[in-house]
Design a protein around this ligand. Structure first.
Ligand code: COA
Length: 376
């Protein structure tokens, strides 16, 4: 029996949520090119599209937004729990721990009921940004800023995070980066969510497990690593080249490059870079120049192996421009990916089959138990 390591290239589901053509650098959500969505849509409309399979009309979108806002009423409960956690816990661990708690008084969480799927969806979407913002403020020893229902989703998030309302260009840019991160076929965290939902666990359990999966540095954690790497390097071409050469000599992976699917420039990285350059006009940052030098040199070595810049290379630099600390970068990715995870869970349970892969056993047989005391 053959073992399919990492299940690379093995289809596990039929899905109409997103499409990736890794050779040609194409990404579509529900058949719509990512570029069109970033240009014309917003994160809430896009979330609705991913989860419910259509662009909402005005009333549907308004209801969706209001239902999300309604769940902000739980913010005090969230604050009490976040305050009770160890101070130095990584923000991804805080987020992963908090999502199952969102069930609060939700007694009937049966995932097969449509009304439960919807209630869980709007609650998770409402409270994930609250957890991130509260964790950040507490970590920095700053006063907590409560959510304001008058603001749009991303505007409210940056308001809670930074303690003051921010200019439109910042929250709109963040909104667009959330679209870029919202969905990406059957990656590790989405697959994790699907495995969990296949047991008929609720969406709180699915999203929490997916967050754990995303926290690894080969998946969501890469943007934090990229930012740390760029920050630790001087703005000096020669030293950057030496750093890259050393990494390659030691067979180390360079964070922010390479992708299991894209064998060309990640289309999301292109848009991310464009958004960053746009923001740069408002608030210049020297780290962008350094990132560009790094990218140019890294590609000299990696391009021949079809390893290109991925979305995580520029996302950290962009988030830092919005006052988001590097250990919180992956939480932003998680906040963006929530609708993608939920869309896959809802799609999967419609035709549910419990995941139960098999193995090729390569251990021994008939090895007899020895009581540890008999060894003394
Ligand atoms: N830096 C240097 N070399 C890399 C590389 C990178 N970022 N990514 C892949 N390679 C090399 C491997 O060392 C390997 O070389 P070899 O054939 O000489 O042994 C070859 O390319 C294939 O690598 P492999 O690990 O099989 O590719 P993959 O498709 O499984 O890897 C990733 C995909 C994402 C796991 C990998 O590119 C990586 O670890 N990238 C850095 C982390 C990152 O940015 N993750 C975010 C992804 S969005």
């Amino acid at each position: 029996m053959q073992v399919y390591e990492g299940l690379a290239g093995i289809p596990v589901v039929k899905s109409s949520i997103s499409y990736v053509d890794g050779e040609n650098g194409i990404l579509e959500y529900r058949g719509i090119p990512i570029q069109e969505l970033v240009e014309n849509s917003n994160f809430l409309e896009l979330s609705y599209l991913l989860i419910f399979g259509k662009i909402p009309d005005e009333n549907e979108l308004l209801k969706f937004e209001l239902d999300i806002k309604e769940n902000l009423k739980y913010f005090e409960r969230i604050l009490d729990i976040v305050k009770s956690l160890p101070e130095n816990l990584h923000p991804m661990k805080i987020l992963q721990s908090l999502v199952p708690v969102f069930a609060f008084d939700d007694i009937d969480t049966d995932i097969m009921k449509e009304e439960n799927k919807y209630r869980q969806t709007v609650r998770i979407m409402a409270l994930v940004p609250v957890v991130i913002a509260f964790s950040k403020r507490l970590k920095e020893g700053k006063e907590i800023v409560f959510p304001d229902k008058n603001f749009y989703y991303t505007e409210n998030f940056l308001y809670m995070l930074n303690g003051k309302s921010v200019e439109k260009i910042y929250w709109q840019t963040l909104d667009k980066t959330l679209i870029l991160h919202a969905e990406h076929t059957i990656n590790a965290s989405t697959f994790t969510a699907m495995v969990v939902v296949s047991t008929l666990a609720d969406l709180y359990a699915c999203v929490s497990s997916a967050i754990g999966s995303l926290s690894g540095r080969l998946h969501g954690g890469a943007n934090e690593e990229v930012y740390k790497m760029l920050s630790s390097l001087p703005n000096d071409e020669k030293i950057i080249r030496e750093y890259i050469e050393n990494k390659l000599k030691n067979k180390d992976k360079i964070m922010g490059f390479g992708h299991r699917i894209y064998k060309t420039y990640d289309p999301r990285a292109k848009i991310m870079k464009y958004l960053l350059e746009n923001l740069q006009k408002e608030k210049p940052t020297p780290i962008l120049k350094k990132a560009e030098i790094f990218e140019k040199i890294a590609l000299e070595y990696l391009e021949e192996k079809k390893i290109y810049t991925n979305i995580d290379f520029y996302s950290g630099v962009l988030y830092s421009q919005m006052g988001i600390p590097s250990d919180f970068f992956t939480t932003i990715f998680a906040m963006a990916r929530v609708p993608g995870w939920i869309a896959h869970c809802i799609e999967y349970v419609r035709n549910n089959k419990l995941f139960r892969p098999t193995q090729v056993y390569d251990g021994g047989h008939n090895i007899h138990y020895k009581d540890i005391k008999s060894l003394c």
